[in-house]
Design a protein. Sequence first.
Length: 925
Amino acid sequence: MIEQLALEPGTDVDAYFAGSRRIRHLALIRTHCGFTDFGDNAVARFRLTRWLYALCWSGDDRPGPLIDRAAAWLIANKVLLPGVTVVERLVGRIRDRARTRLWRHLVASLSDDQRVRIAALFDDGDTSTFAALDALRTVPSKRMPTELFRHLDRLDAVRAFNLRPAPPRGVPATTLERLARVARVGKPSAIAALQEPRRTATVAALFHTLEAAAQDDAAELAEALLADLVKGAEAADKQARLRSLRDLDGAAMLLHAMGLLVLTDDALPLNEWRDVLFERLPRPDIEAAMSKVEAIAKPAETKPYDQLRTKWRSARRLFFEIATRIETDAAPGGKNVKAAISYLKGVDDWSSLVKMRGAPIAAVSKAWRQHVLDDDGRMRDPKAYVFAIIDAWRLAIKRRDVFAKPGIRYGDPRRGMLEGESWHNSRLMVARALGRSLEADIEIDGLSRLLDEAYRHVVARAGDNPDLRFETVADKMGIVVTPLDKLDEPESLRALRAAVQTRMPKAGMPDIFLEVMARTGFAKSFTHLSERQATVEHFEISLCATLVGGACNIGLEPIVRPEFAALRRDRLSWVGQNFIRPETIAAANAAIVSAHSRLDIVQHWGAGEVASADGMRFVAPSSAIHAGPNPKYYGQERGVTWYNMISNQFSGLTGAVIPGTLRDSLVVLALLLEQETELDPLEIMTDTAAYSDAIFGLFWLLGYRFSPRLADIGDAKLWRIDRQASYGPFDQTAWGRVKINLIRENWSDLIRLAGSLKLGHLKAAGVMRMLQVKDRPTTLAKALSELGRIIKTLHILRYIDDRPFRRRILFQLNRQELRHKLGRRVHHGDRGEIRSPLRQGQEEQLGVLGLALNSIVHWNAVYMQETVRQLSEAGTPPLPADIARLSPISWRHINFLGRYDFSVPDAVANGGLRPLRQPNSEWDF
């Protein structure tokens, strides 16, 4: 303190610190403030141990975050922090106890017969049983019907294995799934080498989830194949219509001439019309034209049945296998589809009109009814009925109205919702955690006042707001907000940017990874499948090489160095297969984000309370199952979107790989709730495409602020609660009336839904699929949309009134776009396309790309901070406002392409040849 205040010490400070007086003062301060020593407070040790044990048991057992949480708990409870090694040992013991309890719990849930059968898998000398088990773990790898049939055979084999234990009570699903993942991807020899009871528990966890995981894979491939079937027919129908346009043009011109004759000649008596008409336009020509129009022209909403009918045999076989071999159930919105599937299962000939006459038709959409039913509403074409159910099943499984049972990714999205006694016991805790009242009227009255005040505030300022005006287009009043001008850059900012750029060291991706690895220690996050740390020599170099190969999309070949053990192909393959997984990448990412947020320069950019989310598109292989079409981004191919989130500190928080260009709002909430960094953003900014009424309401319930950019604000509909209130020029735009009673009647369920999400009982992606069904929304979805309309209107009013708020959104979204540009530079190999056809491979590769981007941002920030320090010491300190506008997303000083070797072996230089490779060489393997 004396040094900070620049005072002269009146006493010998060194003697004070070395003497006993300091010890007495520490004891007095400890007693006065109520602090206790960790070693002396047995009650605190017990409470901390019990709390940490509960975290480990629930699945949150990563050592680093547990140590940080333990330190925070000790500080909050006025317990003096012991040495870090003491806390590390405590956390290690608790993790070991939780894991041992889990293993014993799983083993105890097995029957004697199941224990014997699991033990038989590891009998010495008998590898056939485990080889069969290894085949059962295989996931489909090609987007082909034959691959689905092979996988359904594997699914039947899983069921025939008959080793699915009953789920043990009290074991969290996340913990069970994590242990099962080890068994799904680990080598059989590695699993066999585990000690008991861990080995038996690992295999038991595998069989707990094996059928559900296999059903997920089957449902995903089935959805993809049926989508290809329908989209292929739609494309063929479009081509057929283009070919028939000439015939349609001729018929239309003849009928046009007939219409002109009828409309323009008013002098003819009524009884002479037909004679004059047929003189000029012969009746056979008119009838032929009418026939052509009837054959070619189609209603606006129709299905390409003519094209699908040519695929009947292959489609019938495909859907028969799907309907009869994938076990499904249905939410209320999918009951009609389930009834149709049940009927089809009981009919052996789907093309027989007699046998299909009693099929339920409630699942047949309006667009299909013209093909399926006659004028009396009876079955006309059973084949059309089957195609109608194929289309309905495809859409229902996509939005989880129909779901796999059992299933994980394709399972029941409602599973885990707080209900019954568990909800009754946790209501108050959930309400406190959300910061919401259980009384609907309290919250509704507060929102009503807030909305009314917002309207009146914006109306009062509307005359002085140069960016706001109202325009009438087609008798409809619309809001127009003037786009933001480019922000001027002062000379001091340009000079600072130039000074920073010219001082940044030149480096390559390996240099950056190794340096950031040393600074943050993120290599410790990459644990083996067995959750042990790597002990091999130069592991960091092997890990760095594998990360560079994945992030730059160049594979391992340019990196392999056979003469260096750490860079041999077998070592790099071993690291990639056993250490690089989505959970280890997330843990490493969290370590970088934590170190980055502690840099002084980062505080100029933000505190991490704001984040944005957007997607980066990649073309995927044609055989990829987890991919979707979008001509705008992928042309004639399929692709995936890496939807990622970045904080206002420029650090990437998390990301998800979604097929095609799935609606962004299905993903953004899942990213926010499931990200594992220490930052906790409360405001999320997105582009226009990411919002819906429901997501506004759900974000508000969870305590977050959803702030999308409003590119189409002129078409935005404003809502009000008080119908009688006068809001000046907004009266003609705020014509929507919020149904308050619907919110009030469903308030308890809204809190229950938000609480289930907050506590992790529900998956956000599944919930968003349920809520965004437009044709048959549930009552809860309707109530959430009504609530969201209030929050959305508040956002629109703030958006049009507050220019700094609009600019803040623009700044954050520009940061995201700049990050994606850097991502393209990093991910340069193989034309920047994702080459893995498997979902897990895509997640790992794009997760590594996110890790590379965070490493570059952190590395740049470190050297930018050093540049600022150097400039300050030289007597030219930069302005804080200029530092705030610097960006660590820059790459002109970074070499992404590697370095080329121009040396030639002596034998080749002397005229010899390089040795030929062996056919079974390591490279081919």
